[in-house]
Design a protein around this ligand. Sequence first.
Ligand code: TMP
Length: 254
Amino acid sequence: MARRRQLYEGKAKILFEGPEPGTLVQYFKDDATAFNAQKKGVITGKGVLNNRISEFIMLRLHEIGVPTHFVRRLNMREQLIREVEIIPLEVVVRNVAAGSLSTRLGIAEGTPLPRSIVEYYYKNDALGDPLVAEEHITAFGWASVQDLDDIMALSLRINDFLTGLFLGVGIRLVDFKLEFGRLWENDEMRIVVADEISPDSCRLWDIKTGEKLDKDRFRRDLGRVEEAYQEVARRLGILPEAGARDLKGPETMQ
Ligand code: TMP
């Protein structure tokens, strides 16, 4: 395949020009970073698994009417996506205290939250993605009040759906990060889910043992990082033990 023109290289992905106007190719790397790239490493096979896991989740979201940038998977490490104008926010939805919420507010990791909490972080590496309020977002024009209404409604809907999806395979969805983009069709603008949804961007704990099945294994040097990503894929039915390439539906756990 002829090499496509590279448009952007991020920490875990590369974006290439797509085959048609308005499309891009999203390439998933094995590179992993944490703490604003102060910690760097490689998780062998991560790109292949995240490509698959994110495809699976975006397709399930599409089925329930949540619009996403995903078009189709192209190969092991690449997927075709729609080109969107990325809203410079990381939207974090939390169900259980962990990570920066625990550190910032002194709430023990694992404490269930009284209700789901949605937080916004301004996507800016130089500033270390600071937590921001709606006031900052609308005052500085990163998103409008209407955009935020859509983002909040979509985030909570996605949280409800993914909580159930992961629960069905014995996984507790502790928290996760979403990104959104603006997609124009004729004169109409829609907010759609962009980027990826994978163990890089979610905290996933085994429901029975509490074992971490996500990027915290890398961030916190817990070992068995590759195995955790494989386990998530396996439970979602994406990576059958036999290694068959056909997608199966998720297995149900009692
Ligand atoms: P946090 O507790 O470190 O703020 O992370 C909340 C969630 O967001 C967690 O599921 C991991 C995810 N996340 C990202 O996807 N990218 C990031 O850069 C960070 C800091 C967190």
